[in-house]
Structure formats: structure tokens, C-alpha cells
Design a protein around this ligand. Structure first.
Ligand SMILES: [Zn+2]
Length: 315
């Protein structure tokens, strides 16, 4: 969420700056007109005079009335031309600061956060939803499995984060529908306001390598996105090139850090559990197959229930 907060602050700052800049520009434009320049000069002069007299405790009633009249004339002149010499904020309530007077967050900032979360999640997710699934295009046996799986994962998305386990691995062969299923979970979570980062194992791996070769300063932000989102989705684990002492270390760190923070991971893979163990090693395997965090399902007529797998470790 940290990056989103920063983004919101930047957007609001920009809105405020734009409002002031527009006002200054309008003032310049208006001043080029003789009628306005006269009105403006008189208004300013009288403002000074009346406020001085007022501060002396002898308000000049006639002067105040004249000032009100002048201001009205000046505003009318500006309004007629669609100009404003006062900053017009996107949100008049907080004047684009994002905060109410009592220090609470303004509704406009909450709305902005909501939009950013949705845009960010949507940007990475394939457009599959539980409502528009195309299970009918699969053969019969697969359709039955998939229907069960859809019901199961739909419930997961509805109950999230109060689910028996927070993380899921869906294993299945190419064309088993596992990516659609994961995307449907992702879109349902994004609809509910959770941040979802969907990436392929290939891109994930590429980022880990990029991290490895970056200097310290650049390093700081590269993996943030993988740690930040409420749900990290990795599609097609097992298809990427792995580097045992490099990418696997970072992969372990990311899973470990996410699980420690109670954050979720969802993975699709064509590998079976023992193949995952062989390929990624005991450390990653024991993280992913820890019953407390993760449920492993193979999408091929397996019994589908959300509990730890038979091969799961206890810790
Ligand atoms: Zn506001």
C-alpha cells in the first residue's frame, strides 16, 4: 500500500498546483483587459483602506458597501468569461490536500485510493471472471472438475481473507483452465478492493534476475510490487529458467516475507507436487506446502477441498 499512498499524495499535489496555476493564468489574462484592470485596482485599493479603518475600530460602512459592490462586479466580469482568480480545487472540501480539517482522510482521497487499487489490479489481470467462464468448452470429465473448482475458488474469493488457508496452488496440464480460474479469483478480489498482482513465472523470474544485477539504490524498489499486493499471482510456475543460487533465493525470501505478513500467494503450475520439490528444493517446497498457509490442488478429477494436501508439511 505504501506506493499507492505516495501516488495519491503526488496526484493531489499536482491537482493543487494546477488549481493555483490556472488561477494565476486567469489573473494574467484578465489584467490585460482595461475594464478588469480598473476594477481590480479599485477593489484592491479599497480592500486595503477598509481593512485599515476596520482595524482602527471605526468601520467605514459606505466603503464596505462599495467594496462589496466592486467585488461583485469583478466576479461577474470574470464569471462571464469563464475565468477565476481564486484557485478552483478538484475537491472543494479539502482543497485537494486529501485531509479534512480534523486530520481525517477526505472522501476524495479514499475514492482515489479505491480507483488506483482497481486500476493497478485490472492492469495485470487477464479478463476472466466467475460469471463469464467458458467451462462448457471443456470436455465432460474436465467440465465436472472445473465446475467444482469454480465453486470452491469462488467461495475462496468471497470469503477472502477469512479463508481456511490464504494461499493456493493450482496444478494442471496445459489447457486445464487453471489460468482462467486464477484470473477469476483475482478479478473477484480486485472487485472487493484488494490489490492483486498477476504475473507470469517468466516475468517474475526476469524481475528477480533484474534485482540480482541492480545496484543497491535501484534494488530498493524492484521487488516492492511482489511484497506489496494483498495477493500475488504467479502463472505457469515451472516454465521459467531457474538459477538455483540466485532466483530461488529471492523467490524463497518473497514467499517467506509474504507468509510472515499474512499475505497471499496463488500459483498455477503444470508440475505435480513432487516435481515442485525436485525443481525448487526443500526450502521453497516446505514453504508452499505448509498446511497452515497453502492449499495444493491438482485439476484432473481430484477431490477438491480447501485443506492442506496429503503431502503437506506441518511447518
Ligand atoms: Zn477532498
Amino acid at each position: 500500500m505504501e506506493n499507492l499512498e505516495k501516488q495519491i499524495a503526488e496526484i493531489l499535489q499536482q491537482r493543487r498546483a494546477d488549481a493555483f496555476e490556472r488561477a494565476a493564468r486567469d489573473y494574467e489574462t484578465a489584467k490585460r483587459d482595461e475594464v478588469f484592470a480598473r476594477l481590480d485596482f479599485d477593489t484592491r485599493e479599497l480592500t486595503l483602506k477598509t481593512s485599515f479603518v476596520r482595524s482602527q475600530g471605526k468601520p467605514d460602512e459606505a466603503g464596505e458597501k462599495k467594496l462589496a459592490r466592486l467585488e461583485k462586479q469583478r466576479d461577474a466580469w470574470l464569471k462571464e468569461r469563464g475565468l477565476s482568480i481564486h484557485p478552483v480545487f478538484t475537491c472543494p472540501v479539502c482543497k485537494d490536500t486529501g485531509f479534512n480539517e480534523d486530520g481525517t482522510r477526505c472522501e476524495c482521497a479514499k475514492k482515489l485510493l479505491d480507483e488506483l487499487i482497481k486500476t493497478r489490479s485490472r492492469g495485470t489481470l487477464p479478463p476472466f471472471t466467475f460469471e463469464q467462464n467458458d467451462i462448457d468448452s471443456f470436455d465432460c470429465r474436465q467440465r465436472e472438475t472445473l465446475n467444482k473448482a469454480y465453486a470452491l475458488y469462488k467461495k475462496f474469493a468471497e470469503d477472502f481473507p477469512d479463508t481456511p488457508v490464504k494461499s493456493l496452488i493450482i496444478s494442471g496440464e496445459v489447457g486445464s483452465g487453471k489460468t482462467c480460474l486464477m484470473a477469476a479469483v483475482g478479478n473477484a478480489l480486485a472487485d472487493r478492493g484488494f490489490t492483486v498482482l498477476f504475473t507470469t513465472a517468466f516475468m517474475f523470474n526476469k524481475k528477480l534476475l533484474e534485482y540480482h544485477v541492480s545496484d543497491l539504490q535501484t534494488k530498493a524498489n524492484i521487488l516492492d510490487e511482489f511484497l506489496d499486493a494483498d495477493m500475488l499471482m504467479i502463472d505457469d510456475l515451472g516454465t521459467e529458467q531457474i538459477y538455483k543460487n540466485v532466483t530461488l533465493e529471492y523467490m524463497y525470501d518473497i514467499f517467506d516475507s509474504r507468509f510472515a505478513q499474512g499475505k497471499s500467494v496463488m500459483i498455477t503450475t503444470n508440475l505435480e507436487s513432487d516435481e515442485i520439490s525436485d525443481r525448487y528444493g526443500e526450502r521453497i517446497f516446505s514453504r508452499l506446502f505448509n498446511k497452515r498457509y497453502c492449499s495444493y490442488k491438482r485439476l484432473m478429477g481430484d477431490d477438491l477441498r480447501l485443506a492442506g494436501s496429503k503431502k503437506a508439511t506441518d511447518d
